[in-house]
Design a protein around this ligand. Structure first.
Ligand code: HEC
Length: 322
């Protein structure tokens, strides 16, 4: 319907159309723009014509109203509103529901940065996606209202505190684009921008494998600390000596504890391994057997990293080595 105005011409005022939705969004913009300009010209044009045409005339009491003109006027307004509405109704419906099987990325917005978590648990501060594949963003804010805006994809979704706000897109251009917040969120709002990097599907898998390897460029204790947060150990274990649901990891390695059965155990690598994989086999006295087994969740290398981390914060570490 709008092809008489070449759509390419509009892209010169806009960022590149880098997603499947962008075309529809621009079409809607154009539709509403045409309806608004038409209404403006009509109303202002008629007003000027009447002012000039009726100059000097006096209003006549009880003058007949032209019912046909009134009817046409109402019909015209309704048609124009319909034109603006219908120009992107399908596109709007499409953006509300992500296709089945979309790639899910969790987004955390806070004053004043972004965090993206991929399905494998890898976290970045720039958004990486593959082209030609629907991506769904599950977004949460840690403080105030933010809004995720990626102009090139025509994505703009408010993130409301206390709920998960969702949006989706399918990028179709390989490049680096701007991603920012479009809702004012306080003093350093201007810093709330980062990059969205699109890759070919093969390159994306490669990137994810390389970036998702938490061992790359980190020491074992550093990896251990990341695993501690990532796998929710923090809910039950502290590492500052304070007691939570479970014992603290501070000074645990190499230390000696009594189990519920009254057996004395010294925490060494084998005991850590057993405690993580089958925690309820021997339960430390004073605690309940509530820890879930991490069998199949943490592999040998990860357990080794946790063990090294425990060692690094224990003054009894030498005892555990024996
Ligand atoms: C739901 C709470 C909970 C979570 C989550 C949890 N644990 Fe535990 N953990 C416990 C409790 C309670 C104990 C003490 C009872 C026992 O030995 O089973 C314990 C004991 C341990 C011990 C032995 C401590 C000692 O002093 O001998 C280790 C090691 C351990 N947990 C590691 C982990 C790691 C690593 C994680 C995360 C991957 C984790 N736990 C997650 C509750 C939890």
């Amino acid at each position: 319907m709008l092809n008489f105005l070449a759509l390419e011409s509009i892209s010169s005022w806009f960022p590149p159309e880098a997603s499947y939705q962008a075309f529809w969004m621009d079409k809607a913009f154009l539709g509403i723009l045409i309806a608004a300009v038409f209404a403006f010209v009509l109303v202002v044009g008629l007003a000027i014509t009447f002012v000039i045409g009726n100059r000097g005339k006096v209003a006549i009491e009880g003058q007949e109203v032209n019912q046909l003109a009134r009817g046409l006027w109402v019909l015209g307004a309704v048609l124009m509103a319909y034109f603006a509405f219908s120009s992107n109704f399908c596109g709007f419906m499409d953006t509300t529901q992500a296709p089945y099987g979309a790639y899910e990325i969790d987004v955390t917005a806070r004053q004043w940065d972004w965090e993206f978590t991929y399905p494998g648990g890898h976290v970045t501060d720039t958004l990486h996606v593959a082209i030609d594949r629907p991506v769904r963003l599950n977004m949460q804010t840690q403080d105030v209202v933010h809004s995720l805006l990626i102009p090139a994809l025509r994505v703009n979704q408010a993130i409301i505190p206390g709920k998960i706000s969702r949006t989706w897109f399918q990028a179709d251009m390989i490049d680096t684009f701007m991603l920012r917040s479009s809702k004012y969120s306080g003093e350093q709002f201007a810093d709330m921008h980062t990059a969205m990097i699109t890759h070919s599907p093969a390159k994306f898998t490669e990137w994810l494998e390389a970036a998702g390897d938490i061992f790359a460029g980190r020491t074992l204790p550093e990896v251990g600390e990341i695993l501690y947060t990532r796998h929710g150990c923090a809910a039950c274990h502290s590492f500052d000596g304070s007691k939570r649901v479970g014992p603290s990891f501070l000074d645990m390695y190499g230390n000696t504890f009594n189990t519920k059965e009254g057996v004395e155990v010294t925490v060494d690598a084998a005991y850590v391994r057993e405690s993580i994989l089958t925690p309820n086999v021997s339960v430390i006295d004073g605690f309940d057997p509530v820890m879930i087994p991490y069998e199949g969740i943490l592999d040998d290398r990860e357990i080794e990293a946790l063990t090294e981390w425990f060692k690094s914060m224990s003054s009894f570490a030498d005892q555990g080595e024996k």
